[in-house]
Design a protein around this ligand. Structure first.
Ligand SMILES: Nc1nc2c(c(=O)[nH]1)N(C=O)[C@@H](CNc1ccc(C(=O)N[C@@H](CCC(=O)O)C(=O)O)cc1)CN2
Ligand SMILES: Nc1nc2c(ncn2[C@@H]2O[C@H](COP(=O)(O)OP(=O)(O)OP(=O)(O)O)[C@@H](O)[C@H]2O)c(=O)[nH]1
Ligand SMILES: [Mg+2]
Length: 457
C-alpha cells in the first residue's frame, strides 16, 4: 500500500498561519486521532470544510488550536486523501504538530513528493508539475504569468497538439507504405514536407520563446567589468541608488566582487561589481581578478566600462573581443569630463560597438543604460511574451530533440529515402514531446525534476 506522507507546507519562520499537509490512505484516520473538535456533535470531517478544534499530543495535552480540512481523493491536489492542519505559524508549533503526525505513522515527505504524487495520479501533467516550481521561484510578474498559464495546462496542450499532428502524418506514411500502388492514397512528398515544416516551425517558435523570456523567468546576471578606476563601483552605486560600493580615486579599490539585486522594468537582476582588470602583485587583488574572469563567463550581460577621459587600451579591446557581441554593452564613463563624442568613440563605433556615454558619478544617462540592459537581456523585445507558451530549460532541450528529428525527416524526404524508413524520425519527435508532457517518463527524469522542489510542495 502507498505510504502516507506529511510535511510542513509553509516556510519555517514566524507567520500568521502555518500548514501541515498529510497525503495518503491513512491521512483521514491520522486527522481523526490527532484532532479534538470544538463542537460537541462532531463525528467526522466533511470534505472541503474547515473544522475548528485542538491538536493533542499522546497524553491528551493541547499542542495547538487549529483549523483542519479534509480533501478526499481522487479529487484532491495529490489525488489521494489529504488532511491539512492550519496551525499558528511558529516554527516550534509546526515542528511539534508534525512530530505528533509522524509518531502516529506518517512518513516525512521528500522534496516535491506531494506534487510528484499529483503527477503520478494523473492530476497534473509533467509541464504543470514543473510550473508549480516555476510559480514558487518566479523572478518577475511576467515570469509568474508564464508559470500560471503553464500550470493551467497551456504548454501541455500545445505539445499534445503537435504530437497529434505528427501521429496523423505517421498514419499517412503507413498507408503509403502499405498501399504504394494505390494512386488515391499515395503521399505527395511536397505537401507532406510542408506539413512537417508546419510542426517544425511551431517547435522552433517555442524554442525561441525560451531564449527571449529566459531572463524574465529566471532573472539575469549583469557584470560590471573594466580597467581599474573606470568607475565600475560608481556605476554600481548609481544603478542601486545608494552608496553600496566603496569609491575612491585609488586604482584597485574593489578587490573582491560585490553583488546586489536590482529590479529593472520588472526584471530581477543580480548586479555584480568586480575588481578592475589589471596585472597585479597584490595576492588578494589577483584572486579578485580571477573571480572577475569567472563571472564574465557566467554573465548574461557584461557592461564593459571605459574611462572616457582616458580612452580604451589594449586590455579593453581584448576583453571586448573575448565576449560574444550579444553579451556585451560598452559604456563610456565620465562624460562630464570627456564630452559625448570623445575621439576613441568613433573607432569603436566603426568596429560595431556603439559605446553608450554616461556619467556614473553625476547620474547622467543612467536611464539610457537601463533601457539598453533590458533590451539586450530580452533580445530586443523589451516586453515579455503574453499567452504563456514559454518553455523552461528541460522543455527547450526536449523541443530541440524534436526539432532535430523533424529536420532529419525533411532531409530524408528530399533525398528520396523510402517512406517506411521515415517513420523512425516521426517516432523520435513524438517521443521527445511525450517525455515533456510525462506521457513517457523515467525515474531518472522525475528525480531530476522533483529534487529541486521544496519540502511540503
Ligand atoms: N491550503 C492549500 N493551499 C493551496 C494548495 C494546497 O494544496 N493547499 N495548493 C497546492 O499546493 C495550491 C492549490 N492547488 C490545488 C489544486 C486542486 C485542489 C483540489 O482539491 N481540487 C479539487 C477541488 C474540488 C472542490 O472544489 O470541491 C478538484 O479539482 O476536484 C486543491 C488545491 C495553492 N494553494
Ligand atoms: N569625473 C568623473 N569621475 C568619475 C565618474 N565616475 C567615477 N569617477 C571617479 O573615478 C574614480 C574611480 O571610481 P570607482 O567607481 O572607484 O572606479 P572602479 O572602476 O570601481 O575602480 P576599481 O575598483 O579600482 O577597479 C573615483 O575617483 C570616482 O569618483 C564620472 O562619471 N565622472
Ligand atoms: Mg571599484
Amino acid at each position: 500500500m502507498q505510504s502516507t506522507i506529511a510535511a510542513i507546507a509553509t516556510p519555517l519562520g514566524s507567520g500568521g498561519v502555518g500548514i501541515i499537509r498529510i497525503s495518503g490512505p491513512v491521512s483521514k484516520l491520522l486527522g481523526q486521532r490527532i484532532f479534538r473538535s470544538s463542537r460537541s456533535g462532531f463525528t467526522d470531517f466533511r470534505p472541503y470544510v474547515l473544522h475548528h478544534g485542538t491538536v493533542l499530543d499522546a497524553r491528551g495535552t493541547t499542542l495547538d488550536e487549529v483549523l483542519i480540512s479534509y480533501m478526499p481523493g481522487p479529487g484532491s491536489y495529490t489525488g489521494e486523501d489529504v488532511i491539512e492542519i492550519n496551525c499558528h505559524g511558529g516554527p516550534l508549533v509546526l515542528q511539534a504538530v508534525l512530530e505528533r503526525v509522524l509518531e502516529l505513522g506518517a512518513i516525512p515527505a521528500c522534496p516535491g513528493e506531494f506534487t510528484k504524487r499529483a503527477f503520478l495520479n494523473g492530476r497534473l501533467d509533467l509541464t504543470q508539475a514543473e510550473a508549480v516550481a516555476e510559480m514558487i521561484e518566479g523572478r518577475s510578474v511576467q515570469g509568474l504569468a508564464m508559470a500560471a498559464s503553464k500550470l493551467g495546462g497551456l504548454l501541455g496542450d500545445k505539445l499534445r497538439a503537435l504530437r497529434n499532428a505528427l501521429e496523423e502524418l505517421k498514419i499517412e506514411l503507413c498507408v503509403a507504405v502499405d498501399f504504394p500502388e494505390d494512386e488515391v492514397e499515395c503521399l505527395e512528398p511536397e505537401a507532406f514536407a510542408r506539413r512537417v515544416e508546419g510542426v517544425l516551425d511551431e517547435t522552433r517558435e517555442l524554442i525561441a520563446a525560451y531564449a527571449r523570456n529566459r531572463c524574465w523567468r529566471e532573472g539575469a546576471l549583469v557584470v560590471l567589468a573594466g580597467r581599474v578606476n573606470a568607475g565600475k563601483s560608481s556605476l554600481m552605486n548609481g544603478l542601486l541608488g545608494r552608496d553600496r560600493a566603496i569609491v575612491t580615486n585609488v586604482p584597485g579599490t574593489t578587490r573582491d566582487y560585490l553583488e546586489e539585486t536590482i529590479v529593472l522594468g520588472g526584471m530581477t537582476i543580480r548586479l555584480v561589481d568586480t575588481a578592475g582588470l589589471r596585472e597585479t602583485r597584490d595576492q588578494v587583488e589577483q584572486v579578485g581578478v580571477e573571480r572577475t574572469r569567472a563571472l564574465l563567463q557566467e554573465a548574461d550581460l557584461v557592461l564593459l566600462l571605459i574611462d572616457g577621459s582616458r580612452g580604451p587600451d589594449q586590455e579593453d579591446e581584448s576583453l571586448a573581443r573575448s565576449l560574444p557581441r550579444e553579451k556585451l554593452v560598452v559604456v563610456g564613463n565620465k562624460v562630464d569630463v570627456c564630452g559625448e563624442e570623445p575621439g576613441w568613440k568613433r573607432t569603436w563605433e566603426e568596429a560595431g560597438y556603439a559605446p553608450l556615454m554616461l556619467s556614473a558619478r553625476q547620474g547622467t544617462h543612467l536611464d539610457r543604460l537601463e533601457a539598453v540592459i533590458i533590451q539586450c537581456l530580452t533580445r530586443g523585445q523589451a516586453e515579455a511574451d503574453q499567452g504563456g507558451l514559454v518553455p523552461n530549460l528541460r522543455q527547450k532541450q526536449g523541443l530541440e530533440q524534436g526539432a532535430k528529428a523533424l529536420e532529419a525527416l525533411l532531409d530524408d524526404l528530399k533525398a528520396g529515402v523510402p517512406y517506411d524508413l521515415l517513420a523512425v524520425h516521426v517516432d523520435a519527435a513524438c517521443t521527445a514531446f511525450m517525455e515533456l508532457t510525462g506521457e513517457i517518463t523515467s525515474d531518472e527524469v522525475l528525480n531530476a525534476i522533483f529534487k529541486d522542489f521544496c519540502i511540503g510542495k
